[in-house]
Each structure stands twice: as C-alpha cells, then as structure tokens.
Design a protein around this ligand. Structure first.
Ligand SMILES: CC(C)(COP(=O)(O)OP(=O)(O)OC[C@H]1O[C@@H](n2cnc3c(N)ncnc32)[C@H](O)[C@@H]1OP(=O)(O)O)[C@@H](O)C(=O)NCCC(=O)NCCS
Length: 206
C-alpha cells in the first residue's frame, strides 16, 4: 500500500516536472520514463511509455513514438522513430560463466549509436551498439541493424541488409548539400511544396 502511494507520488511529481520542462524547452515529452537529464532539441516529441536514458541526445523536431527504448545514442534533427524501436539495448556478457545478471552486468561500456538527420526507423526495429546511420536512411519494420547504414540507404531484415536507395547518387549528394535539417520548422513550413513532392518530379529544385 505504502509502496503504491510512493509510486503514485513519484508519477505525479514527474508529470509536473515534465510540464514545466516542456513549457521552457518547447518540447512535448509525454513519457514519464524519459530522463530530464537527456538532451532534447526544440520540438522533440516523446510519446507515452518510451524510455530515454540520461546519455541520449535528440535533435530538434525529431519524434519517438510509443513503447520505444533509447539508450546511449545521438539522434539528429527531424528523425521519425516508430513504436517498439530499441536503440542500443543492454547487452549480456556472453563470455562469462553465466549470462544471467545475478553475477553482475557487463563491465565494458557500450559504444554510442549515432543517427543522422531525417532518418526513419520503422516499427519494432532494433539498432545495436556502435552503429552509425547516415542522414535520410530508412530502417524497415522489424530490422535488426548490426552494421553502419549509408545516407539515404534503405535496409531491412535480420540481420539487416541493403534493400535499396531512396534516390540516385546525384540526388543524394545534392540533397545532402542543402543541409535543410538545420532550418526551423516554421521556415520549412513555408516551402512545403518543395518537401511534399517526389524528387523525380522536381529535379530542378533539389
Ligand atoms: C522498407 C519499407 C519502407 C518499404 O521499402 P520499399 O523500398 O518501398 O520496399 P519494397 O516494398 O519495394 O520492397 C523491396 C524489397 O524489400 C523487402 N522488404 C520490404 N519490407 C521489408 C521489411 N520490413 N523487412 C525486410 N525486407 C523488407 C521486400 O520484400 C522486397 O524484397 P525483394 O526485392 O527481394 O522482393 C517497408 O517495407 C517498411 O518496413 N515500412 C515500415 C512501416 C512502418 O513501420 N510504419 C510505421 C511508421 S510510424
């Protein structure tokens, strides 16, 4: 009973702290499991029940959908992270006598996962330690990403493999040069026509 009251109090305090934080930082953090020691850019949205640990940074206007878990990673601007995504999950040490945590967790620090700008990580994907994902890449639903992903590459499967490219090499390089992800969303919103069309239909304005 006392434990339940304590839990409820903790929850209420966290909701209160989140509302103050959101008002100050221009964020929409709705998950009480998101650390306020993590770094969040303006416009970041963390949906209910997603875990974010202290050692995470998330760039402006990126969003994390429900029931995801982010640890020890850097995420760029304008990234879309779906539900059920796990980034840099805790690893068990396979080379001790037991993998069971009763004997203590792993002693080695996991390498950071680095995710660029405008990356889409689809439902239930897992990104393992030390992986770098380039700008504009797409991770297919259910993928387990064990190796680096190139900018604008589409990967999927377990372990994930190359499925294709979003654009031609020429288009990829052109878009990368624009660095549009550093612009505020208000500025981008005035150029929706530019973002809302297929690149192939709009070659002259890449
Ligand atoms: C990867 C994805 C974006 C489609 O990409 P696409 O380039 O249009 O892919 P296609 O449908 O043309 O399929 C291309 C190949 O990838 C394979 N593929 C598609 N989705 C895949 C997946 N999730 N995992 C593994 N392989 C997949 C296809 O079977 C096909 O293989 P083949 O060439 O051997 O026949 C899509 O399948 C996907 O995973 N979408 C995510 C949906 C989602 O999570 N939405 C929630 C957003 S909040």
């Amino acid at each position: 009973m006392l434990r339940d009251i304590k839990k409820m109090m903790k929850y209420i305090i966290k909701v209160f702290l989140l509302s103050i934080y959101n008002r100050k930082a221009g964020t929409k953090i709705y998950s009480t499991k998101a650390s306020l020691k993590a770094t969040y850019g303006k416009g970041v949205l963390i949906a209910e029940n997603s875990i974010v640990t202290d050692d995470v940074s998330i760039g402006m206007n990126s969003y994390i959908n429900k029931n995801s878990s982010l640890e020890n990673c850097e995420i760029g601007n304008y990234c879309s992270i779906s539900s059920g995504v796990y980034i840099n999950p805790f690893e068990h040490d396979l080379y001790k006598r037991t993998t069971h945590p009763f004997a203590g967790g792993p002693t080695e620090k996991r390498n950071k996962v680095k995710i660029g700008h405008d990356v889409l990580i689809s439902l239930n994907a897992i990104v393992l330690e030390g992986v770098n994902i380039g700008n504009g890449a797409v991770i297919a639903a259910g993928a387990v990403v064990t190796k680096d992903v190139e900018p604008y590459e589409i990967v999927g499967g377990v372990p994930s493999k190359h499925i294709g490219w979003r654009f031609t090499e020429f288009e990829r390089n052109k878009i990368m040069q624009t660095n549009w992800w550093f612009d505020d969303i208000e500025v981008l919103g005035k150029n929706l026509e530019y973002f809302n069309c297929k690149i192939s239909d709009f070659k002259t304005r890449i």
